[in-house]
Design a binder for this molecule. Structure first.
Ligand code: TXA
Ligand code: MG
Length: 326
C-alpha cells in the first residue's frame, strides 16, 4: 500500500514531479481530499477514472492557482470575477463555457462544452498546484459512489493500492465537497449544495440564484448517481434506535432510546457518534464523512441518523445523506 507522506516543501516538490510525469496523487483540500492528475494529459486523467472506477461520462473539476490561469480555458464574465474575488480561494466550483482552444483534456470535461473550475484554499493544495505548474483535475479521492475522504487515512484505506502518493495535510476543515454553481448560461444555478450557500451567492451577485435538483436536470452528471454511500444502509430522521443499529446523532440525545428502553448513552462507543452536541451545522458538516466512515466499520447492521434541519449548511448535509440512502 502506498505510504502517507506529510506535506512538506520536499514532499510537495516530489508530488509535483509525479504529477508532471503523468502520475496521480491524493492531496488535501479544505473540502475533501482530491485525487489529482495533470488536467492537460489524457493518460493521467484516464488513471484517475480507473482508480476511482468512475464512469467516463462524469466530468472532473480542474483546480487552478489563480484566476488568470483559468482565462485560457474558460470564458470569464463579470459574475465570475465577483464570485472569484469574494469566494476564491475557497469551496466554490464554477461551471463555465469552455474555450474552443482550451488544452484541458476532453476526458476531464467528458466532451461537454463547459468546464468546472476551482481555486482551493488549502495551503498544501495551493502549493502543489503552483509547484506542478499545471492545472490539476481532481475528483474526491474515493472509489466512485462511496463516502468522500476527509483524511489521508480514508484515502489510504480505499485507494491505497491504486495511486502513486498520498500527501497528508490534516483533516478537511469544511468536510463537504464544494458548492457547484453553473454560470454557463445567463441564469446562475446551484448544482450542488456546499459551504458557500445560495444566500451568499445571491448577495455577491446581487441577483437570484436557482437550484437544480438532481432529478429535474442532468447538468451535473455526478449528481445523478448514488453517491457518498457507506456500505451499511442508512435510515434518516430517526427518532429511536432499532435493534442492531448504530446511531449518528445531532444535538441533544435526551430522548433517544431503543425499543427496550436502553438510552442512546448506553450504546457502545463504536456504535455511537454525535455530529455536534451543540447542534452546530458547521461542526456537523466537518464531522459527517469521518463519523460515517467510523460507524461503517462497526458491526451494526444499519446506521440511524437523527434529523438535521434543512437550512443553511443543513441543506448540503441532508443532500449527501439522502444520496447515501438511495
Ligand atoms: O470539493 C470538491 O469539489 C472536491 C475537491 C477535491 O475539489 N472535488 C469533488 O469532485 O467533489 P467530484 O468529482 O467528486 O465532484 C465533481 C462534480 C461531479 O458531480 C461532476 O458531475 C460535476 O462536478 N461536474 C464536473 N464538471 C462539470 C460540468 N462541466 N458540468 C456540470 N457538472 C460538472
Ligand atoms: Mg465525489
Amino acid at each position: 500500500m502506498v505510504k502517507i507522506i506529510a506535506a512538506t516543501q520536499n514532499s510537495i516538490e516530489k508530488a509535483a514531479d509525479i504529477l508532471r510525469n503523468g502520475g496521480i496523487v491524493a492531496m488535501p483540500t479544505e473540502t475533501v481530499y482530491g485525487l489529482a492528475g495533470n488536467a492537460l494529459d489524457d493518460a493521467a486523467v484516464e488513471k484517475i477514472f480507473l482508480a476511482k472506477g468512475r464512469p467516463n461520462f462524469n466530468p472532473l473539476i480542474s483546480h487552478f492557482a489563480k484566476l488568470s490561469d483559468i482565462e485560457q480555458h474558460a470564458n470569464i464574465d463579470e459574475r465570475v470575477k465577483l464570485l472569484a474575488m469574494k469566494f476564491w480561494p475557497g469551496p466554490l466550483t464554477m461551471i463555465l463555457p469552455r474555450k474552443k482552444n482550451s488544452t484541458i483534456s476532453n476526458r476531464v470535461t467528458a466532451g461537454l462544452d463547459t468546464i468546472a473550475v476551482r481555486i482551493p484554499a488549502h495551503k498544501t493544495a495551493r502549493d502543489l498546484i503552483a509547484a506542478a505548474g499545471i492545472p490539476l483535475a481532481a475528483p474526491s479521492a474515493n472509489p466512485s459512489g462511496k463516502l468522500s475522504p476527509t483524511s489521508a487515512m480514508h484515502v489510504a484505506q480505499t485507494l491505497g493500492s491504486k495511486i502513486d502518493m498520498i500527501l497528508a495535510g490534516g483533516s478537511s476543515e469544511v468536510g463537504l465537497e464544494s458548492t457547484i454553481i453553473d454560470l454557463s448560461t445567463d441564469k446562475a444555478i446551484i448544482l450542488r449544495h456546499g459551504a458557500i450557500m445560495q444566500q451568499d451567492l445571491e448577495e455577491c451577485l446581487n441577483q437570484s440564484v436557482g437550484f437544480s435538483s438532481e432529478s429535474s436536470d442532468i447538468k451535473s452528471p455526478g449528481q445523478l448517481l448514488k453517491h457518498y454511500a457507506p456500505s451499511k444502509p442508512i435510515r434518516l430522521n430517526a427518532i429511536d434506535i432499532k435493534s442492531g443499529e448504530a446511531l449518528l446523532a445531532f444535538g441533544s440525545i435526551k430522548f433517544m432510546a431503543d425499543e427496550n428502553g436502553v438510552h442512546a448513552k448506553g450504546l457502545s462507543e463504536d456504535l455511537f457518534r454525535n455530529l455536534s452536541e451543540n447542534a452546530d451545522l458547521h461542526e456537523a458538516a466537518s464531522n459527517l464523512f469521518q463519523m460515517l466512515h467510523d460507524l461503517d466499520k462497526s458491526n451494526a447492521s444499519q446506521i440511524a441518523v437523527m434529523n438535521i434541519p434543512d437550512r443553511g449548511l443543513g441543506l448540503a448535509i441532508n443532500d449527501r445523506l439522502k444520496r447515501a440512502t438511495n
